[in-house]
Design a protein around this ligand. Sequence first.
Ligand code: 26V
Length: 819
Amino acid sequence: MSKVTNPDLPLPAPRANDAQGLAASILEKLTYEVGKDTIVARPHDWLRAISLAVRDRIIDNWMESTRRTYEDGSKRVYYLSLEFLIGRLLRDSISNLELMEEINEALEQMGVSLVEIAQLEPDAALGNGGLGRLAACFMESLATVDVPAYGYGIRYVNGLFRQEIADGWQVELPENWLAHGNPWEFHRRESTYEINFGGKVDIIEEGGKEPRYEWKPSERMIAEAYDTPVVGWRAKRVNTLRLWSADPIDPILLDKFNAGDHIGALEESTKAETLTRVLYPADANEAGQELRLRQEYFFSSASLQDILRRHVEQFGDLSLLPEKVAIHMNDTHPSIAVVELMRLLIDIHGVEFDTAWDLTTRTFAYTNHTLLPEALESWPVPLFERLFPRHMQLVYAINAKILLSARKEAGTDDDAIRQISLIDEGGQRRVRMGNLAFLGSHSVNGVSALHTELMKDTVFYNLHRLHPDRINNKTNGITPRRWLKECNPGLTGLIRESIGDAFLDDTEKLQALNDLAEDSSFQERFAEIKYQNKVKLSNLVGERLGTRIDPAAMFDIQIKRIHEYKRQLLNIIEAIALYDQIRSHPEMEWVPRVKLFAGKAAPSYHNAKLIIKLANDVARVINNDPAVRGLLKIVFIPNYNVSTAEVMIPAADLSEQISTAGMEASGTGNMKFALNGALTIGTLDGANVEMRDWVGEENMVIFGLTAEEVEKARADGHNPRQIIESSKELSQALSAIASGVFSHDDPGRYTDLIGGLYDHDWFMVAADFDAFAAAQREVDTIWNDRTLWNVKAIRNTARMGWFSSDRTIREYARDIWRA
Ligand code: 26V
């Protein structure tokens, strides 16, 4: 039966939202969907029943939003991202629907605790870190600020690996987040597209006309859609996150099966299922894998076919594409979409090449998230050509067009042409995905003011000269719903009582707290909430690690992916130096500190894994030394994820944002901590620079080389050995590590890691050490004046409102998408 559309049929009556209605719904779901009687229902059954009842309420708004967009004929935004690091959805959904009280009341009647049940929900960990979490915050803000939008990605069966710490080492285990099913998603069996790989291209000449190109692929599979509704704040709008899963093509399976080729049929299924099984961990060594390129094409092609189908169904005319469709590429990962759109327009829809290029560039936009050279994607030409023979032809054709016009520009010499080209000709020929994303887009943005300027001077130097208006800045943001309201109900309650509810719809209204910063009773209540959040974190540490930590001590937290440029090593070395100081000067008054770390290392990143081991080795020695007991503790919390962050961030006194200047594109953890009233110790890197402008220099502790100074030190060849030898504290700490003080079982374990600091110190750990140590003592001084500390903490919360992802999304909508 073909599709039946009848706009005259009304939407069903919305579900009841009072406690009675909700209780009835939950019971109905438990009985008829889960198939359980309350007398035998287990916690997971309740989780499913509650989630389904909540989902019904979301659907009411979802249908309404979808109809509204269709009827208005509004422009739609499509956010293409290989990562969506969503975390849990139950509390977020209830909160955005404003049903928290009603649900709690309903569950109370049934003797069920929402807090306990909600903890059973697995994190959807379909992302590595910042880039993936940003995509999740953006989805929520898109719905909140009422932009009609779709997120497109991959439904990985295994999200980012689960981290266990065994004998101090990271061990990676598969994360099976779908084990109990996923109540939030809808499998759309009818929304399928064929995705092809390999084969050859036939040229079809028809007398007098332009030749046509026909791709004859050698491999085919199906992309199937799974939709998850995304609710905005106060449920103003509900958008769709559409994740693709790969499946074999049924007729092919059947043919093989009937021909007796059972193994062939099995291989066909495995091949498809393998494609969407795992998320690649962000790491240079993982880059360049064929399966990753296949994933990138798979989801780009499925998304574009879906976008074009929807557009043509509603508007008919492809020339309207840039007016009705904005496609955003989250980093270069989806950038093959640029070529795929060209192919679809030219080969399938018969659009002429130059027109197709004009439509493509007016439709796409691209965000760059890193300047690290090893993270800039490029693919060997032979691989690209083998998987995508038709796309390779189009890349050459686009390149020819671009280089021809670039040559006409004054100032483009051969070197500039080499840099602009889509093909890297130095050594093995490679397709440059960054150049493709840049040239295929009308807008290219960085994620903080500093990062955007550095893009112009470094990776995109020549492309920027060619298109000086294309690069623009959109400083990142975070959703204040998840990262304040939900994770810190205590603080949210205090703020509502003190300045009213307006900040819930406009976080810049938090500025009203400035007037209360000097109010001693407000300070006390603010500090008491922080203390309670620290008690909660202490309990988590006790449960997970059996380590007791004192909530009265300063909680100093560094949580993020483990990477040399993020400099967890600098932090650990400083902890060792402090340990030394405390032991040698027991008579002094030391500030009691608990230094907490969490984060995952890419499985093949040797030094990052070694840094985790070092943190654990150092923790063992320090935590067991009676000489410092009560003054210094080190804790490494395993398996860092969104849910762990939600407990740690509200409990932080001090936020460590200490990357080598010029290397952290923005950071978003920095924003989450400051919003929750932590003081930042940080370098002038990424968004820290703009945070300083907003919260005031006096309310942060800034230290270290600037990006410019780092660049100069690197260019001039700085001398780390000399720096180390001239700092007694640093050289003692390094000698201790290198000589095996923390690794008696394997004294040489850290020889190379520390050797690297003497040798080249690429990340300026030695160069910044003294400044960092001095900054930490400044932090101690502020801590000792608790009123002063509280004033600064309050001012952080008061002045971080601008860093809401609602603001970021409004800027994207206004300047880039024109939606
Ligand atoms: C690279 C690769 C390469 C190998 C395959 C898998 C993979 C996955 C991701 C990446 C690039 C990650 C880039 C990234 O996460 N950048 C972060 O983006 C945040 C949001 O803009 C920003 O706050 C962080 O500073 C930036 O590091």
